[in-house]
Design a protein around this ligand. Structure first.
Ligand SMILES: [Zn+2]
Length: 279
């Protein structure tokens, strides 16, 4: 049924997310305490959706479509919209001016400001770009698919809001928004440095095994752009073979936390006029 047995892990995380969200929605107290863990789980569902949109989990197309709907409900975000924004636009343009997530849309010298402002500006650009794309001739199939997902999504969320508005806002809608902002901010981290015209040196990679276990190998970003349909479980070995020998070592980083600190706290400056990491 599954194309890769590694996706048993994806299914376990999806089931856990459904179960935990349902339990918190019904019985949850202290939403401030739980906002971060639930948002992390939702963020993981975004990563699973990203992986699934590139390389469908199931051999059967209908099952893949059902998974699209399930992940649409879990993230509060239509799978087809993400497909258009990420697979069709971002992978085609990789941070050039046609990329709706172009990182040079933010240019503060104090880099943490870019990290805060970028997801807000970029989310607006995503919606504008996607809606324009869906209205263009020849893209009706995507428009129909997204409309169907939206009908199911909005019906489900309105029902939840009617039954319990506060629990729905705290445990469903807010974690979705936080996770969405983190997903968009990740694009800044992965693409704001490096050379967008290079075949290899366009993305920052994180090779820490724990981080990659927890994020379905999302740290291996260069290989993902080289082979977008490659299953996530195969990224580490392909990274070693095709990326590591050729990439600028500054873009092949072990620690995510150390990089976050250097990029956004200290020195935390935007070293990006030349799109180079200077350290
Ligand atoms: Zn991708």
């Amino acid at each position: 049924m599954l194309r890769y047995t590694a996706d048993i892990r994806s299914l376990v995380f999806i089931s856990s997310a459904i179960l935990l969200k349902a339990i918190f929605w019904m019985y949850g107290e202290h939403p401030f305490v739980w906002l971060i863990p639930i948002s992390y789980l939702t963020f993981l569902c975004f990563i699973i959706k990203h992986n699934h949109l590139h390389c469908g989990m199931f051999k059967n197309k209908k099952y893949n479509r059902i998974m699209d709907y399930l992940l649409t409900l879990l993230n509060g975000n239509p799978a087809t919209g993400m497909y258009v924004i990420h697979v069709l636009n971002h992978h085609e343009h990789i941070n050039d001016k046609e990329d709706w997530g172009y990182t040079n849309n933010v240019k503060y010298q104090w880099n943490i400001l870019n990290l805060i402002i970028y997801p807000i500006i970029t989310t607006g650009n995503f919606i504008k770009g996607k809606n324009k794309f869906l209205k263009e001739k020849g893209n009706e199939i995507f428009q129909t698919r997204e409309s169907r997902e939206k009908v199911i999504l909005f019906s489900f969320y309105i029902l939840l809001l009617i039954i319990d508005p506060l629990q729905t806002i705290w445990y469903i809608i807010l974690p979705n928004l936080v996770a969405q902002m983190i997903v968009v901010a990740t694009n800044l981290l992965q693409h704001d440095v490096g050379n967008r015209d290079s075949e290899i040196n366009h993305s920052v990679n994180f090779t820490n095994p724990i981080l990659n276990w927890l994020t379905f190998n999302n740290g291996y970003h260069t290989i993902h752009h080289l082979y977008p349909e490659l299953h996530w479980s195969l990224c580490p070995e392909h990274h070693k073979k095709y990326v590591k020998p050729h990439i600028d070592p500054k873009l092949d980083r072990e620690s995510f936390l150390e990089t976050m600190f250097k990029f956004y706290i200290w020195p935390g400056k935007r070293f990006l006029a030349e799109n180079q990491i200077q350290e």
